[in-house]
Design a protein around this ligand. Structure first.
Ligand code: RAM
Length: 490
């Protein structure tokens, strides 16, 4: 029998090792009086601890020195005025400290930061001071020696792969974090995509197992769904939100893990939990086998403002059912037939109830007749339409200005996945180059949490300053590029 404690023990047995590396910024030392600032550039995005030393210059500093130290993942962030922040998430995620130093000393800052740039402002000193010995101790559980260079003559794809693997590396700490600046925790949707990219890059299986077990130890909500995130530091805490699509994608993550490793032991540990997630979802279907709206924030799909997402959610369910049925077949589980039958029934129901034959698109009352790329993509991934019909549906919504479009690289992953499913390889490469390549043109070191090419100020949280600029779910170009050996000269 598996109980929460045994899952936590297994999670602990798979604790990854952190690799540390000291990065010395471009500035060696700096002499300052009140009001002066110095900008440090690490030359790369890094996650870890900052240290420096401070000393007198000629005269002894006879009062505490007050410094304002700010960390930015990019230049725009380091130049932002955090006091103007008006976003919905806590301001305390903005990486800024005021520190008072009583006498000359070496300082190792206790908190972990995610940054490339550091700005130190001397807010008040009675006498000139010298700041020196700047150093940043960076950590990651990704083992760079395992990573093979992706060989391609296509410069942009190569660059996209480099930035994507770098993004993943930065998010790989003691768990797969969503973003090392914010929220610094393990979310199912991010885990699934990080694990996929990890299989083709660092191939750290311990961290995947650890994350799967950490969720298995979580508290279900009244619908029976897993928590959509968990904390593991300073002690285990099961998250408060329960998102139905994330609960399903947990099951998919187990299927991915099995497909990649063939490890039946882990699957056996988690099989009942996976079944329970699918049963819980089944319980919220109506008599036509269509998902019903539940109170509160219960589906995510994307951060697209105003998105109606029940059709997409039904697609996630079908996608999960298909993957889980394959798993059951592979391990010889006697419930395989039952799941396959249910899958085909739910597929028929989705086509009958959610597809508008005249518009030839998934537009329906369930989603208040809203047209979205999200609905079409998830219905394709759920196998409700296929072949030429699906290609037409996808093309018509991607080119339609009135259709809700993805705003996160997370949802763009699933658009790309749908393209590969439909054998639209060259369109998929173009799509990757357009969106992830668009960020490359902006000079990013890591890929962002949210990116709309013609609205660089977009934020899901009402203020761009809080956006995470190194976000796990944007790392999957490396998965596509390496899995499909992409090198289209375009
Ligand atoms: C954001 C997180 C995470 C995502 C959730 C739904 O706040 O950063 O990436 O999984 O939202």
């Amino acid at each position: 029998m598996n109980d929460k404690n045994s899952f936590l023990i297994k999670a602990q047995e798979n604790l990854p090792i952190l690799n540390y590396r000291n990065i010395i910024p471009n500035v060696k030392e700096f002499t300052a009086v009140s009001g002066d600032s110095v900008f440090l550039d690490l030359g790369e995005h890094a996650v870890g601890h900052f240290s420096f030393a401070f000393d007198n210059v000629n005269e002894f500093v006879d009062a505490p020195v007050r410094l304002l130290i700010k960390f930015g993942e990019d230049l725009r962030e380091i130049n932002d005025d955090f006091s103007q922040y008006t976003g919905g998430l806590s301001k305390t995620w903005l990486q800024e400290e005021v520190i008072n130093l009583d006498f000359p000393q070496k300082i190792i800052m206790p908190r972990r930061y995610a940054c490339r740039y550091i700005k130190i402002t001397v807010e008040k000193t009675n006498k000139p001071i010298r700041l020196y010995d700047f150093s940043f101790c960076a950590s990651t559980s990704a083992d760079m020696s395992v990573l093979k260079t992706y060989v391609t003559t296509d410069y942009l794809l190569k660059k996209i792969d480099l930035v994507a693997t770098n993004t993943l590396k930065e998010c790989m700490q003691l768990v797969f974090e969503d973003g090392p600046k914010r929220d610094r925790r393990l979310w199912i949707g991010d885990l699934r995509l990080e694990a996929l990219a990890n299989y083709y890059t660092f191939n750290n299986l311990e961290i995947v197992k650890r994350c799967l077990y950490l969720f298995a130890a979580g508290n279900m909500n009244e619908l029976g769904f897993l928590p959509s995130y968990v904390y593991e530091t300073p002690y285990y805490h099961s998250g408060e939100a329960h998102i139905a699509d994330y609960a399903l994608l947990y099951v998919v993550s187990v299927c991915d893990y099995y497909e990649h490793t063939g490890d039946v032991t882990v699957v056996n540990d988690l099989l009942q939990l996976c079944k329970s997630q699918l049963e819980s979802f089944r319980a919220i279907l109506d008599e036509n086998l269509i998902v019903t709206r539940q109170p509160g924030w219960f589906a995510f799909i994307d951060w697209c403002p105003g998105l109606e997402c029940l059709t997409a959610l039904q697609g996630v369910y079908l996608y999960t059912l298909e993957r889980f049925s394959e798993l059951l077949k592979a391990i010889g589980d006697d419930e395989y037939e039952k799941y396959v039958l249910h899958l085909s029934q739910v597929r028929c129901a989705a086509k009958n109830h959610l597809f508008d034959e005249r518009a030839h698109l998934f537009i329906n009352k369930l989603d208040n007749c809203q047209l979205s790329v999200h609905s079409q993509v998830w219905m394709i991934l759920g196998g409700v339409i296929s072949g030429e019909e699906a290609k037409e549906v996808l093309a018509s919504c991607l080119n339609n200005k009135n259709a809700k479009q993805p705003v996160t690289p997370y949802m763009r992953h699933y658009v790309t996945e749908a393209m590969f499913k439909l054998n639209m390889q060259s369109e998929a490469v173009e799509y990757i180059k357009k969106f992830w390549g668009g960020m490359i043109k902006l000079g990013v070191d890591t890929f962002w949490e949210a990116y709309i090419p013609d609205d660089l100020d977009f934020s899901p949280y009402e203020d761009r300053m809080i956006n995470s600029l190194c976000h796990a779910w944007s790392c999957t170009p490396s998965y596509f590029i390496r899995k499909f050996g992409l090198q289209y000269p375009k």
